[in-house]
Write a protein that binds this ligand. Structure first.
Ligand code: 5AD
Ligand code: SF4
Length: 458
């Protein structure tokens, strides 16, 4: 950057899922050429961007309290004669409640939904001129990805460390009755293979060795291949694994009904595919699964897991669970616990059902009292923690490939991830960041594992 042009400070706060993390990084890439540098705190920032999540009420409400804090900071900044702080709300709350944000939070200068991020520079310039620009984002993901991941931007993408997210698919056509995603992120759409490979090559050239492919329904990926045919996620992963430097592939989030046979086979045949799968089932009760419109029952989930484990016996599973869905009885909840016991998870996310405006479940009879849902959540989480600890304990004594990602808390330490996604720290390994090494797991230590280096692989 030219010495004479003072850098403007940009603070981004990201809520919700990994796709938002990816989008936030891309927004930084877009804004950097305009002279913005990232600041890790909002105080004194010239531009504050909240990348929001609408999935549960709590997540959405956080945005409004954050805007309140920002408004005060803006007033202080102006009182110090340091110029204006522009406040932008992006993400799924922007998409779902754009009008309401402008009403409830006059401090907000610009509201921009997930499909319009490529227009940010222009929109921000307009917002500076006319306070209170309102944008209702339309669903044109193709334009967004063309702009966000076109050659130069992909090449300019800032990377931090040897792992990176890569969005390959957006949106959802499943319409689970509790979920806002089909409304906030729109219909399923897959990026063409070439645009993904270009971005992956640019990342690999910068030292990225592990890609996590993102999509709300990532295993429904069907982007256009170079041959003019639809690709599948498995085919895409074969092409990605061929890129020099790309050693590990992960993907999230998957719907059980989209686990195609070639994807299951890839877990057996493609060494780069990590033996870890996030495969949400939400409930173990057939009645609730039906009410959720999940389009499969519990037995189908068991059968699927059996097939995947036959392909890759050491595969570790994670999932998402909702407790307190309307109509959920003690027996339905017991069925969920039973499913968890039978499957055995390495990790899982669990949530209390949150009625979302506009979704079919929010109007269903039999809403579960809060205390009941709270108690169920506690019981379920205790079971998951138990399984998570058991999974980790079972790794002690095993030798695993660890990709070192960053320095640890103490001098000389490096922290990496196991193939099953646990954090592993090793002493005297700080110079090995970016490399994959064989590590013997020796102890379970709170949130991570402790390992000892065996020998250099790469
Ligand atoms: N209430 C609670 N949890 C929800 N999820 C999605 N919608 C809701 C809701 N209305 C959970 C699901 C999904 C995860 C991303 O969030 O478990 O898989
Ligand atoms: Fe939401 Fe269901 Fe789509 Fe997942 S599959 S994003 S839970 S509607």
């Amino acid at each position: 950057m030219n010495d004479h042009v003072p850098l403007k400070k940009l603070h981004i706060k990201t809520y919700g899922c990994q796709m938002n993390v990816y989008d936030s990084e891309r927004m930084v890439d877009i804004l950097r050429p305009l002279g913005y540098e990232v600041s890790d705190k909002p105080e004194g920032a010239d531009l504050v961007l909240l990348n929001t999540c609408h999935i549960r009420e709590k997540a959405a409400e956080k945005v409004y309290s954050e805007i309140g804090r920002l408004r005060e900071m803006r007033e202080e900044k102006e009182a110090r004669n340091e110029g204006r702080m522009t406040i932008v709300v992006a993400g799924c709350v922007a998409q779902a409640e754009g009008q309401e944000i402008m009403h409830r939070a006059p401090a907000v200068d610009l509201v921009v939904g997930p499909q319009a991020y490529h227009q940010l520079p222009e929109l921000i310039a307009r917002a500076h001129r006319t306070k209170g620009e309102r944008l209702s984002a339309d669903f044109a993901p193709e334009a967004k990805f063309d702009a966000l991941a076109s050659g130069s931007l992909a090449a300019d993408r800032a990377v931090s460390g040897p792992t990176a997210f890569l969005t390959v698919q957006e949106g959802c056509d499943k319409f689970c009755t509790f979920c806002v995603v089909p409304y906030t992120r729109g219909a399923e759409w897959s990026r063409p293979v070439k645009s993904i490979l270009d971005e992956a090559k640019a990342l690999a050239a910068k030292g990225v060795r592990e890609l996590t492919l993102l999509g709300q329904n990532v295993n429904a990926y069907n982007g256009l291949g170079a041959d003019g045919q639809e690709s599948t996620l498995a085919k895409l992963m074969y092409a990605l694994a061929d890129i020099e430097g790309i050693d590990r592939l992960r993907y999230t989030t998957s719907h059980p009904n989209d686990m195609g046979q070639d994807l299951i086979d890839a877990h057996r045949d493609l060494p780069a595919v990590m033996p870890y799968l996030h495969l949400p089932v939400q409930s173990g009760s057939d009645k609730i699964l039906r009410a959720m419109n999940r389009k499969h029952g519990r037995q189908a989930y068991f059968d699927l897991i059996e097939r995947i484990k036959a392909a890759r016996p050491d595969l570790a599973l994670s999932g998402d669970f909702i407790v307190g869905f309307p109509g959920e009885t003690d027996k339905d909840f017991e069925d969920t616990l039973d499913l968890i016991r039978r499957v055995g998870y390495a990790s899982a996310f669990s949530f209390k059902y949150s009625p979302r405006p506009g979704t079919p479940a929010s109007g269903m009879p039999g809403q579960v009292p809060d205390e009941v849902a709270d108690a169920r959540l506690q019981t379920l989480q205790a079971l998951i923690i138990e399984q998570q600890q058991a999974f980790k304990a079972n790794l002690i004594g095993q030798t695993l490939d660890i990709l070192f990602e960053k320095p640890g808390r103490l001098a000389g330490q490096a922290i990496g991830r196991s193939p099953y996604l646990q954090s592993v720290f090793v002493e005297d390994a700080a110079d090995l960041i970016g490399q994959i090494h064989k590590v013997k797991i020796v102890a379970n230590s709170n949130n991570s594992l402790r390992g000892e280096l065996l020998k250099v692989l790469a």
